[in-house]
Design a protein around this ligand. Structure first.
Ligand SMILES: Cc1cc2nc3c(=O)[nH]c(=O)nc-3n(C[C@H](O)[C@H](O)[C@H](O)COP(=O)(O)OP(=O)(O)OC[C@H]3O[C@@H](n4cnc5c(N)ncnc54)[C@H](O)[C@@H]3O)c2cc1C
Length: 334
């Protein structure tokens, strides 16, 4: 355990914040030992790619480094893979596609750790973690008890789970088990970008590895690399609005992008709403809205967490004024 540690290297937005105490753990036993000594509150950190620090952390930051990938059960046409919570998510995807396994190829290049993936039910290009999720193991921060959570118990939703709701801040996810296909893959190429990129690669009958490669190429052209320009991906969730709100938008903007949902609501891309309010590519001090995707806030260098949060609030305010829609952050603002 070390004290007064800068968290700047540990968050992809690259903002400065200090942890009163900091420890890295490589096993469940090390985690339990750390929890016995930890000053409270405890924050579990993975890759820091979905966190914005707006202040110092007064207690202990536990960085999850629990590794390991193993096949734990085999079935006809699929198998279960258990991965340590401290594994890098994209390394797990690459491992899977190298084995010819299907199910997580659309989630290629999402930054962060395996242990954080269930927290917001990561998703991209028509696939969400919940589609392949079997169960997870987690240690309760208050007691050190290890518990298993099934898919149903995690109550996954759009960028949501119980770990962002009433179980928030109570657990460290130490392992995740996924069900991946060995053949008869159910590949998802429904997103136009994916289909177009596969075509440009000359691939007519894609494998999981081809889709992974296509997704990596798309993401590298569209999203800022945190190693070059600090960011934490999409700052806001895409809002779901009722038919009346949608009708108002449609009358003003007949070509507005939208996705009807089974519950009668309509999902409207937050990036489009933000762009209509004139924020795309705009810079305010050291922070700004990314020029290619206005849903991503970026650190132009030396930004503070408060500065980034103030920009997020200003953006949310203008969307609320113009469209009557309250944007909800996807990022964990601390
Ligand atoms: C460029 C970029 C692109 C992105 N694209 C996507 C995308 O397409 N889809 C998507 O869903 N997300 C995306 N994200 C967001 C982010 O990558 C995911 O949310 C990722 O799962 C966060 O992992 P992490 O390890 O960095 O989590 P952290 O940022 O370290 O933590 C996030 C939250 O989870 C908690 N947490 C972390 N680890 C654990 C654990 N082991 N147990 C319990 N709680 C834990 C933390 O306390 C915190 O509340 C993107 C981010 C960036 C920077």
């Amino acid at each position: 355990m070390t004290h007064n540690v800068s968290l700047r290297p540990y968050n992809t937005f690259g903002v400065e914040a200090t942890a009163a105490a900091f420890v890295e753990v490589a096993s469940v036993d090390e985690l339990r030992a750390a929890l016995r000594q930890a000053t409270r509150p405890v924050l579990v950190l993975g890759g820091g790619s979905n966190i914005l620090f707006t202040q110092d952390w007064p207690g202990t930051v536990v960085r999850n480094r629990i590794r390991g990938i193993e096949v734990v059960r085999r079935f006809p046409h699929r198998l279960w893979v258990r991965a340590g919570g401290g594994e890098v998510w994209h390394d797990l995807v690459l491992w899977a596609v190298r084995q010819g396994l299907g199910g997580i190829e659309n989630l290629s290049l999402i930054p962060g750790s395996v242990g954080a993936a269930p927290v917001q039910n990561i998703g991209a290009y028509g696939v969400e973690l919940k589609d392949v999720f079997v169960s997870l193991e987690a240690v309760e921060l208050a007691t050190g008890h290890l518990r298993r959570f099934t898919r149903r118990e995690c109550r996954f939703g759009y960028r949501d789970s119980i770990f962002k709701q009433h179980e928030k801040g109570r657990w460290c996810i130490t392992a995740v088990t996924l069900s991946l296909t060995t053949d008869r893959h159910r590949l998802n190429t429904s997103y136009g970008d994916v289909a177009r990129t596969l075509a440009s690669m000359g691939v007519a009958h894609p494998t999981p590895a081809d889709i992974s490669e296509a997704v990596v190429r798309i993401r590298q052209t569209k999203l800022p690399d945190p190693a070059i320009i600090g960011n934490c991906g999409s700052f806001f969730k895409n809002p779901e609005v009722g038919p009346e709100v949608w009708e108002n938008i449609r009358q003003q903007y007949p070509n507005a992008p939208h996705y009807p949902l089974p519950n009668g609501h309509i999902k409207v891309p937050a990036g489009w709403l933000i762009e209509q309010c004139g924020w795309k590519g705009r810079r305010v001090g050291n922070v700004g809205c990314y020029e290619k995707q206005s849903l991503v806030l970026v650190n132009h260098g030396g930004a503070t967490g408060q500065e980034a949060y103030a920009l997020a609030q200003a953006i949310a305010h203008s969307v609320a004024e113009r469209f009557g829609i309250a944007l909800e952050p996807e990022v964990n603002v601390l």
